[in-house]
Each structure stands twice: as C-alpha cells, then as structure tokens.
Design a protein around this ligand. Structure first.
Ligand code: FES
Length: 78
C-alpha cells in the first residue's frame, strides 16, 4: 500500500465555519488541507467531517496523523 504524499510537515491552522468539509488524505491537493479531487486514480479518498459551530482547528498536512483530519503531532517524527 502506497503512503500518501507529505503536503507539509506542519499542520494548517484554519477557522472553520459550520458545514461539511473534505480533508485531503492523499497529499496531492493544491488546496491543502482540503480536497481538490486530486486523489482520483489513487487508493485514497478524502475524509469528510462536520463542524457544528465556528471554531479554529489544526488540520494535518503531513497526512500521517492517526486522528484525521486533525494534527496529532506525528509530523514531528517525520
Ligand atoms: S501535520 Fe500531520 S500530524 Fe501534524
């Protein structure tokens, strides 16, 4: 099984408004940390998640987190 690409070795701090989001799991998206459809043809699919109230979040860009879409610190070990 291929690994996802590392888009960046730091998380992205974003402000999320209520809604549904698609986090890029393949690392190929040009609109990191969100999906732009670039996973087509790979074994990866985006991770959809819902936000009920506006909040800040640190979204993983190294794509190795065990708590997607959120950063869990794994990028520090790469
Ligand atoms: S950016 Fe991936 S775990 Fe922090």
């Amino acid at each position: 099984m291929n690994k996802p690409l590392i888009a960046a070795r730091v998380p992205a701090k974003v402000t999320l408004k209520p809604g549904t989001f698609a986090w890029c799991a393949c690392g190929r998206s040009s609109t990191q940390p969100f999906c732009d459809g670039s996973h087509k043809g790979t074994q990866f699919t985006p991770v959809f998640f819902k936000i009920a109230e506006e909040r800040e979040a640190w979204l993983c860009q190294c794509k190795q987190t065990k708590n997607s879409p959120y950063c869990d610190g794994t990028h520090k070990t790469l």
